[in-house]
Design a protein around this ligand. Structure first.
Ligand code: SER
Length: 594
C-alpha cells in the first residue's frame, strides 16, 4: 500500500465518522511565535483545544507537514526525520477514549482499512505519577479489544505523555501503538526497548493545561489529539523496517546514487542525512524563509552545511577540498526529485521551485567563497586535535574563518572524531556581542515557548497597532506580525518612512497605556458582532462564525488567539528599535518590551 493510499484511507475512515477535513498549514505560522516551525498537526489547533469553537465543528482530520529539529542528531538511522508528514484526527471536547481507541484499533487491523495483523500489535499506556493517575481507562479499553496483558506496557511521563508543544499549553497522557517489524512471529511480551517494535500512532488525551508555574490544571474540555507519522506507517505497509526504502524516499535515494556513483546499502547514513535534509530545506524555503543566521533562517543554513559535508564524503575523496566539490555540483537534480514526489499534495513547492533553486544557489555560492580559504584550516585543526575536537577550536574556525560549527562537526565525525558542542556553546556565550548580532538564532533549533517576554510582546503589539492607527489614520492596518522572546516585529501598510517624531509618538502612546495599567480580557462572539464593535486585526478563520476578541481597557479591540498579559503594566516598557521598508507600500517595525 502506498503513502497516497494510506492518506486517502485515513481521511475517508474519519470522514465516515463525522470528521471534517482541515487543510494543513504552512511550516511557518506567521502569527505563532511559540515555535519556529509547525511541529505537529495539533499546533494550528491550540486555540481550539483551549476552548475556542472551531468553524468546522468538533471532529477534524488532517494531513500536516511538520518539521522538528530536536532529533537532528538521530537522523541517519532508519526512523528519524526532520521533515515529515503526520496524519491526525481530533475531538474538540467531543468523543473521548473509547471511540478514539476503538477507531484506532479498527483502522489499523480491519481488512477494509490497513489490515495489520492483530498478533503484531503492542500498546503502551501512561503509568501514572504525581501529576496524573495511571490511565486505567485506556488500559481497560485495549484489554476489552483483546490485546493481551503482556502486550501492554505501562510507561512513565517521558514516554507516554504528549505536550505541551511549547512550555505551556494543552497536554495529556497518551497511548501509543506499535507494530512488530522484525522477522518471524512477534514476541509474546512487548519490550518497548526492542527497536523492532515500531511506534506508528499515538492517541493523546488532552485534558490538561500546563501553566507557567509548571502546574497541570484541567482544560475546559476533554480533547483527543492523534498523530500517525506517514513515513513510519508507509514503511510498515510497504513491508520494510526502513523509512528510507519507501516510495517517499526512494526517488531521492536513487538520484543520490546517480550523482555519487555510490550505493545506499554501503553508505546508508550519508544517504539518509542527505535525503532528509534536502526535503526539509526545500519545504522550509517554499514557505518563504530566507537563509540567515537568525532563528528560522539558521535552520536551512545548518541543514545545507550538514548535507554538503555528507555529499562530499560520499565521494570518498576525503582529501579533496570542499571548494572543488562545491564548484562541481549543484543540488538542482535533488531539488527536482523532491518537487516531483510532493508537488500534487503541496503546490507551493512547484510554484516556488525556481525561487528555491535560486536561493540554494545563492547560498551555495556564498559557501564556496567562504570555503576557499577555510576548508584547509578545518582539516588542519581536525588533524591536530585529539579524539575530541574542542569547542575552542570550533569557535576559532567560526570566528576567524566563518566556518559554521555544523561543518566542523560533520567533518570531525568523518575523521572518526567527535565535536564538543557544549564547549563550543560556552565559548560562544563568552562572546555575547557576537551572539546578539550574528548568530542569536543558532541555538534555537526547535521549540520556543509561551515565555513571559512573548506574552508581553503580544499585548504590546495590540497597543502598537492601535497607536499607529491613532497617529496615521484608520486606513493603516497590520499586515503581519511575528513575536519572539527577543523582539516584536510588526508589518503594516504605509507608503513612506516614519519620521523620528512619529516613532517617538507611537512609543509614547504605548508606554502611556502600559502605565495606565489597563485590564486585558477576551470574549468569544459572533464575527458580525465583532465587526460591528469595530474590532481590528487579522483573522484567519474565513468561515468562522465565532471569533475571539481581546480588549485592552477600552483602548483596543482586536481579533486574536492570545495569549496576553492580564494588565498592561506587566509589559513594563516599550521601545521601537528599527524600521524597514518591505516594499510595495508596506513597512516593518521592530520593538523591544520589558
Ligand atoms: N501531538 C501528537 C504528536 O505530535 C499527536 O498528534 O504526536
Amino acid at each position: 500500500m502506498t503513502a497516497a493510499e494510506i492518506i486517502q484511507k485515513y481521511i475517508s475512515f474519519f470522514e465516515k465518522r463525522g470528521h471534517k477535513r482541515i487543510h494543513g498549514t504552512p511550516l511557518v505560522l506567521e502569527n505563532d511565535s511559540t515555535v519556529l516551525f509547525t511541529t505537529a498537526g495539533m499546533q494550528p489547533l491550540i486555540p481550539y483545544l483551549l476552548g475556542k469553537p472551531h468553524p468546522l465543528g468538533k471532529r477534524l482530520v488532517s494531513l500536516q507537514k511538520c518539521l522538528r529539529t530536536d532529533d537532528i542528531d538521530e537522523v541517519g538511522d532508519k526512523k528519524h526525520h526532520t521533515f515529515f508528514e503526520m496524519l491526525g484526527n481530533w475531538s474538540l471536547g467531543d468523543y473521548w477514549k473509547k471511540e478514539a481507541i476503538e477507531w484506532s484499533y479498527e483502522f489499523l487491523t480491519s481488512n477494509e482499512w490497513l489490515g495489520i495483523e492483530k498478533s503484531k500489535l503492542a500498546i503502551s499506556v501512561f503509568a501514572g505519577d504525581e501529576d496524573a493517575l495511571f490511565d486505567k481507562e485506556s488500559y481497560d479499553i485495549w484489554r476489552s479489544l483483546g490485546i493481551p496483558e503482556s502486550r501492554i506496557a505501562k510507561l512513565e511521563k517521558k514516554d507516554n505523555w504528549w505536550g505541551p508543544a511549547g512550555q505551556t499549553g494543552p497536554c495529556g497522557p497518551d497511548t501509543e501503538m506499535f507494530v512488530w517489524t522484525g522477522k518471524g512471529k512477534a514476541p509474546k511480551t512487548f519490550d518497548p526497548a526492542n527497536s523492532e517494535w515500531i511506534e506508528v500512532w499515538n492517541d493523546v488525551f488532552m485534558e490538561y493545561n500546563k501553566t507557567q508555574d509548571g502546574k497541570f490544571e484541567y482544560l475546559k474540555q476533554k480533547n483527543v489529539d492523534t498523530g500517525m507519522g506517514l513515513e513510519r506507517i508507509t514503511a510498515v505497509m510497504e513491508g520494510t523496517d526502513d523509512d528510507y526504502q519507501t516510495g517517499l524516499f526512494l526517488p531521492v535515494i536513487k538520484k543520490i546514487e546517480d550523482i555519487s556513483g555510490k550505493k545506499y546499502e554501503k553508505n546508508p547514513k550519508d544517504f539518509r542525512i542527505i535525503s532528509d535534509h534536502i526535503k526539509a530545506i526545500v519545504f522550509i524555503l517554499a514557505d518563504g524563509v530566507e537563509f540567515s543566521n537568525l532563528n528560522r533562517g539558521y535552520v536551512p543554513r545548518k541543514l545545507l552545511r550538514r548535507l554538503i559535508v555528507r555529499m562530499q564524503f560520499l565521494e570518498g575523496k576525503q582529501k579533496i577540498l570542499l571548494k572543488e566539490y562545491l564548484s562541481k555540483y549543484t543540488l538542482n537534480p535533488l531539488i527536482e526529485v523532491v518537487v516531483n514526489i510532493y508537488q500534487e499534495k503541496y503546490p507551493e513547492i512547484i510554484k516556488n521551485a525556481k525561487v528555491i533553486k535560486e536561493k540554494i544557489l545563492g547560498e551555495w555560492d556564498k559557501l564556496k567563497k567562504q570555503m576557499e580559504s577555510a576548508y584547509p584550516q578545518v582539516i588542519k585543526v581536525i588533524n591536530k586535535s585529539g579524539q575530541i575536537v574542542s569547542g575552542k577550536d570550533g569557535f576559532y574556525l567560526f570566528e576567524a574563518h566563518g566556518v559554521n560549527p555544523e561543518v566542523t562537526e560533520q567533518v570531525a565525525i568523518k575523521y572518526g572524531k567527535t565535536f564538543d558542542w557544549e564547549d563550543f556553546k560556552v565559548e560562544f556565550k563568552k562572546h555575547q556581542e557576537l551572539s546578539r548580532t550574528a548568530s542569536a538564532g543558532m541555538f534555537r533549533g526547535g521549540l520556543a515557548d509561551h515565555s513571559e517576554k512573548t506574552i508581553m510582546g503580544h499585548t504590546a503589539t495590540h497597543l502598537m497597532h492601535q497607536a499607529i492607527r491613532d497617529l496615521l489614520g484608520d486606513k493603516v492596518h497590520q499586515s503581519g506580525s511575528n513575536i519572539t522572546p527577543e523582539r516584536v516585529r510588526f508589518d503594516f501598510n504605509f507608503d513612506r518612512k516614519l519620521t523620528d517624531e512619529e516613532i517617538k509618538k507611537i512609543e509614547d502612546i504605548v508606554n502611556e497605556k502600559i502605565k495606565e495599567n489597563l485590564p486585558v480580557h477576551f470574549e468569544i462572539m459572533p464575527l458580525e458582532k465583532a465587526k460591528k464593535l469595530g474590532a481590528i486585526g487579522l483573522f484567519d478563520e474565513k468561515y468562522s462564525e465565532q471569533v475571539k476578541v481581546y480588549f485592552i481597557g477600552d483602548y483596543s479591540k482586536e481579533f486574536c488567539g492570545g495569549p496576553h498579559v492580564d494588565f498592561t503594566s506587566k509589559v513594563k516598557r516599550f521601545k521601537i528599535i528599527k524600521q524597514e521598508n518591505i516594499g510595495k507600500g508596506y513597512r516593518r517595525l521592530y520593538a523591544l518590551v520589558g
